[in-house]
Design a protein around this ligand. Structure first.
Ligand SMILES: C[S@@+](CC[C@H](N)C(=O)[O-])C[C@H]1O[C@@H](n2cnc3c(N)ncnc32)[C@H](O)[C@@H]1O
Length: 260
């Protein structure tokens, strides 16, 4: 089983950024924008841009996005299953780390395709769940899937991440021109991070500690649920695995496609 390097320099993230540097962004829509993290990344990675719009269902996240990126972007509460924009409005439409949070991802992808201009770009970035990853990466996947169980108990749609093939198949229904499918063991945003080298060590004590804290605060959200005891056991096992193997980002698939 081939396991790629998880250090940032050999992760594949640089190939993604190199490709994005060739693209002049124009008018960009980011779906499931959350607090606008992907907008922050695109702003740095693209050759240029005119403006951003970010949409999400979560008003609290949108407020944070507005605070962080309000000078270059507009944020709107909107269901991505039915985008309130005319056909062919945007030069780029992106969705990052959100497919597995969407109840109807195919419907959202079709809406993204509708609102992008002909010759415009679609960008899809998603963590994947294939097991061809290091133990430290699998720990991130497990923590993520643990979080998905808790969110589901709390009534939020959050399923386990898809496999690479499932993501590719979902995007293939759009019949867009594929410009590149990049497989990276790290997020391209890491290339722009001030602490970018710190995460190259999956056994970094501070990193491990912060992941364990996140695990615990996630568990606390359901402290009065009947499932608490079972999930507490799972969290303890996860904590042991993280202490033993370390933890680092799980791999991502980054798809760049063009509307014909
Ligand atoms: C994990 S966050 C991703 C945030 C951001 N894109 C990033 O890269 O960090 C997933 C987001 O998808 C949003 N979301 C889920 N279903 C949605 C829908 N139908 N329409 C718009 N946003 C949705 C959630 O509210 C959440 O903020």
């Amino acid at each position: 089983m081939e396991v790629l390097s998880t250090t940032l320099a050999y992760s594949g993230a640089d190939k993604i950024v190199k490709k994005l540097k060739e693209i002049s962004g124009g008018k960009i829509l980011d779906i499931g924008t959350g607090y606008g993290e992907f907008i922050g990344f695109l702003k740095q990675a693209l050759r240029s841009f005119d403006s951003f719009v970010g949409v999400d269902l979560n008003e609290e996240e949108l407020k944070k996005a507005e605070k962080e990126h309000g000078t270059i972007a507009k944020f709107k509460k909107m269901n991505a299953e039915k985008l309130d924009f005319p056909d062919k409005t945007f030069d780029i439409v992106s969705v990052a780390s959100s497919l597995h949070h969407l109840e109807k991802p195919e419907r959202v992808l079709k809406e993204m395709f509708r609102v992008v201009k002909p010759q415009g770009y679609l960008i899809i970035q998603e963590m994947y769940s294939d097991l061809t990853q290091t133990e430290a990466q699998l720990a991130t996947l497990q923590v993520h899937h643990f979080g998905a169980k808790i969110d589901t108990l709390l009534g939020e749609y959050h399923r386990e991440t898809y496999t690479k093939e499932e993501i590719k198949e979902m995007v293939s229904i759009l019949n867009a021109e594929e410009l590149g499918i990049f497989d990276s063991t790290r997020y391209p945003k890491c290339l722009f991070c001030e602490d970018k080298d710190q995460c190259d060590n999956p056994k970094d004590k501070a990193l491990i500690q912060s992941q364990i804290e996140d695990l615990k605060s996630s568990l606390e959200k359901i402290s009065d649920y009947p499932e608490y005891e079972q999930l507490e056991k799972e969290a303890k096992k996860l904590e042991q695995d993280i202490r033993k193997n370390g933890i680092t980002d799980a791999s991502i698939l980054f798809i760049l496609a063009k509307k014909k």
